[in-house]
Write a new protein. Structure first.
Ligand SMILES: Cc1ncc(COP(=O)(O)O)c(C=O)c1O
Length: 462
């Protein structure tokens, strides 16, 4: 493992200047790392506790296990250093081992993590989130985004007395729970009756939502969607969705798991000027510590309490829901966002990456094959074959060649710890990877791909 000294610049811990990936890059797994990965597959279904981190999502020539992170850098169990993108499935927005967050956690750890009665930090964290998310009046915390969305759906169902849910078909993930998993290509174990309660509409097309309300009048409890994903909403679209939902007696739920603390400090709901009835946050709000939140209007949220005459709703109550040091991490993260230009930096770094990457792709004649899509703060890449069709083998090849050059990039989702120099190094790595990509387009991808291609997470069979 690297023993290079750590320096702090603008609150960001990073390796000393000159610590780079080096031209040699990644040479493959040691026997020990390969053995540990094999053992992981034997005792953990899928080899990882999160599908998106699994072996089948990465080229064969990639680090098996990461043991340490600092800023935007990580080290594998063989001591190889990499730059990372999309860190912690987009949860680590500030940077790994980010000092102000670690300090807050360290202050709380010796005080104990979980008591028989609530801790003041629960109130402080609620105040902090509600001060940022202006349309929300009450909040409940939990650990995972899925649980927050599950709670939103249950609350909407109880509030409206309806059972159906309309979800956006163009947004790939809302929850690990049956109501959502039953709608995917991996629905095993979910009763059909549950899946039939969930309907899909297209993003940007209010008519497809209207058609659902027409087909199932008085039956849809809520509309669940991200405010935006790769495409920006056309002006007026989100307001139209809200009006449609309300006209039909349904609630609007924005899933801000990705957009929250990335699109805008106050959420995509603020950026686009549409306040949902309920919204959910997670991922970036505690910089990798597990905190998620359901927040929204008092009249709806209070059903989870007891100061009303309606039937009570069991709303988010878990043993670990209010673990104190995690809430302290969330407060420190949100306060850092408030006092530093985090969102602006994410956009600026992404814009720089987009520019350099796009120019490099054009130099290699790869425009239309390896484009970047999405908002600057949340860049994804396309990988197309010689017929310009999306290709998993080409995705694998591109990731393989980036890893060879020291960059782990399932996406190009930047963090606050990616410096301009890091972005420029990434563009250099992409430039090298594009050279191989262009040759593979001409000669066939099999000639350059080492091992099998990656596979989508949601698939019915192995
Ligand atoms: C948009 C969105 N919603 C919900 C979730 C679920 O969050 P979690 O994995 O924390 O349960 C995710 C996770 O990737 C997500 O991207």
């Amino acid at each position: 493992m690297s023993s290079k000294p750590v320096v702090t610049k603008n609150g960001i811990a990073q390796m000393e200047e000159g610590s780079t990936l080096g031209p040699t890059g990644f040479r493959g797994r040691s026997a020990a790392a390969a053995g540990l990965a094999q053992r992981a597959r034997e005792i953990i279904p899928g080899g990882a506790h999160t599908y998106a981190k699994g072996d089948d999502q990465y080229p064969e020539r990639s680090p098996a296990l990461l043991v340490r992170g600092l800023g935007c850098r990580v080290w594998d169990s063989d001591g190889n250093e990499f730059m990372e993108y999309g860190m912690g499935l987009r949860a680590v927005t500030l940077g790994h081992a980010f000092p102000p967050v670690l300090e807050a956690v360290s202050r709380h750890l010796p005080l104990g993590s979980n008591f028989t009665r609530p801790a003041p930090v629960e109130v402080e964290c609620a105040e902090q989130l509600l001060s940022l998310i202006r349309g929300a009046e009450m909040v409940k915390f939990c650990k995972d985004g899925s649980l927050a969305n599950d709670a939103a759906v249950r609350l909407a169902r109880a509030h409206t007395g309806r059972s159906m849910v309309a979800i956006c078909a163009d947004h790939p993930f809302f929850s690990t729970n049956d109501w959502f998993i039953g709608t995917t290509d991996m629905p095993a174990g979910v009763p059909e009756a549950t899946s039939r309660q969930v309907l899909k509409f297209r993003y940007g097309d209010p008519h497809s939502l209207e058609a659902l309300f027409d087909e199932f009048p008085g039956q849809i409890a809520c509309v669940v969607m991200e405010a935006a994903r790769t495409d920006e909403p056309r002006p007026g679209y989100l307001a139209e969705v809200k009006a449609l939902a309300h006209r039909n007696g349904a609630l609007l739920v924005f899933d801000e798991m990705i957009t929250g603390f990335r699109w805008h400090l106050r959420g995509a709901q603020h950026l686009y000027g549409v306040t949902p009835d309920l919204s959910t946050f997670g991922k970036a709000m505690a910089n990798g510590f597990s905190v998620s939140a359901l927040c929204g209007l008092r009249d709806i949220m209070r059903l989870g309490g007891s100061d009303h005459d309606r039937e009570r709703v069991f709303l988010l109550s878990t043993t670990h829901g209010a673990e104190t040091h995690q809430l302290a991490a969330a407060i420190a993260t949100m306060q850092f966002y408030e006092t530093h230009p985090v969102v602006e930096t994410l956009h600026a770094r992404g814009a720089r990456l987009r520019q350099g990457y796009t120019q490099a792709a054009a130099r290699h004649g790869l425009t239309g094959y390896v484009d970047l899509v999405g908002r600057d703060c949340n860049l994804l890449f396309t990988t197309k074959d010689s017929e310009k069709k999306p290709s998993q083998p080409f995705r694998t090849l591109f990731m393989q060649e980036m890893i060879r050059r020291g960059v782990i990039a399932p996406s190009f989702v930047v963090s606050y710890s990616h410096s301009e120099a890091d972005i420029d190094r990434t563009v250099e790595a992409a430039d090298g990877a594009f050279g191989v990509y262009a040759k593979a387009l001409a000669d066939g991808v099999e000639k350059y791909l080492e091992g099998r291609p990656v596979k989508p997470v949601f698939r019915k069979y192995g």
